[in-house]
Design a protein around this ligand. Structure first.
Ligand SMILES: [Mn+2]
Length: 382
């Protein structure tokens, strides 16, 4: 049995004010789908966070519709999808009982869960057990089980309900969206709970031959190659700049021995952090100027109009940090220093900083003073 394990697509994700849907479409159409055609898996597994939010933009829904149709209809592959903590379980499960007949299995709403899906290969059956993300309170209520008090106990109850009798020696794959203890997080994952413990023990997955996990955006295995996060489709924060993104190819033999291979995906624009002095970075040669860039400057002095100047070289520069400058002057020091000047003095200093080669002319000074007076008058009238 061969499956492709992916997770955390976050379709419709907004990154520094812009939707990434176009980039997501490109990586899915130009790399993910061809990879399925090349490796010919028996099934595709998407372990939660299909969308970035519970009410995704229409472009994101259209994209998922197109990709799912290509996987299920054109390539003829069974497609297993669970809801993550960013998805609306109810909305995602629309039509799920109908889609099952097409081998498109969507698990979201607890009410629509129907136990393991049995697949088979030359060696016999393989159970696919879908464990969508569900809040502990929801699980406690739905299964009427007062013992459910955290994510760990909720997932155990859900697991036991979804696979009441895993036969010893029978092969099975769990698909879950959870924070498994020992995993390493990134900035773009939303915590599963506010306060309290949101992690679950890897032992929950011990009965399964392989656990296809979603939630953590960095690809990683937890303790052993059989409990694994594929990581997200793309880099969704600068904390992920050094991560490699891709999908996991899982090959399982007749005895339940599992071999995993990471297959990288490279979107058209990378997410990178550039560290150095502003002038050096602007002068350095660059082959991928179209990437999403965070400038982490070593300069201590202010860089005038830095973002606009940087944008001429890097059209997608998204942020600029100056850690050394922030360390040198604290916010309260800066505020105190500003308070010691009049508005007029501050404006003259600002003008001098913006135009170092020519100080304010008398006419400009007069005009500025006129505007200040006017503004103060209006303030007073309000
Ligand atoms: Mn996620």
């Amino acid at each position: 049995m061969r499956i492709i394990h992916t997770a955390d697509w976050h379709l419709g994700k907004m990154f520094y004010g812009d939707y990434l849907t176009g980039d997501q479409r490109a990586v899915l159409a130009e790399q993910f789908l061809p990879l399925l055609a090349e490796y010919k898996p028996d099934a595709v597994v998407l372990a939660g966070d299909v969308y970035d939010r519970s009410l995704p933009p229409v472009e994101a829904v259209e994209l998922f519709d197109e990709v799912a149709t290509k996987i299920v209809k054109d390539l003829g592959l069974p497609f297993f999808v669970i809801a993550g903590n960013h998805d609306s379980a109810q909305r995602l499960s629309f039509g799920s009982r109908l889609l099952e007949t097409e081998k498109f299995y969507v698990a979201g709403d607890l009410r629509s869960l129907a136990g393991p899906v049995e697949m088979s290969d030359a060696f016999g059956p393989v159970d696919i057990v879908l464990l969508p993300f569900a809040d502990p309170a929801k699980v406690r209520l739905y299964y009427n089980n007062p013992d459910v008090c955290d994510h760990e106990s909720a997932l155990i109850v859900l697991r036991n309900a979804q696979c009441p009798g895993l036969l010893p020696g029978r092969r099975s794959i769990a698909v879950a969206h959870a924070f498994v203890a020992g995993g390493t997080g990134s900035d773009s994952e939303r915590p599963l709970s506010v306060g309290g413990s949101d992690s679950v023990s890897a032992r929950i997955f011990a009965p399964f031959t392989y656990a296809a996990l979603g939630h953590l955006h960095g690809p990683q295995q937890i303790g052993c190659p059989e409990v694994r996060y594929s990581g997200s489709l793309m880099k969704y924060s600068f904390s992920e700049a050094a991560q490699k993104k891709g999908v996991v190819l899982v090959d399982m033999d007749g005895e339940g021995q599992v071999e995993t291979t990471f297959l990288p995906l490279a979107p058209k624009r990378d997410v990178r952090i550039l560290t150095g002095f502003f002038d050096d970075l602007m002068a350095a040669p660059e082959d991928n100027a179209d990437d999403y860039i965070l400038l982490r400057l070593e300069d201590k002095e202010p860089v005038l109009d830095g973002m606009n100047r940087a944008r001429k070289k890097y059209p997608h520069v998204l942020a600029m940090e100056m850690p050394r400058r922030q360390a040198a002057v604290t916010d309260s020091e800066r505020t105190a220093r500003l308070r010691s000047h009049t508005d007029e003095e501050l404006f003259a200093r600002f003008a001098a900083a913006m135009r170092p080669d020519a100080s304010l002319t008398k006419a400009e000074g007069d005009l500025a003073r006129e505007v200040w007076t006017e503004m103060e008058k209006e303030e007073g009238e309000r």
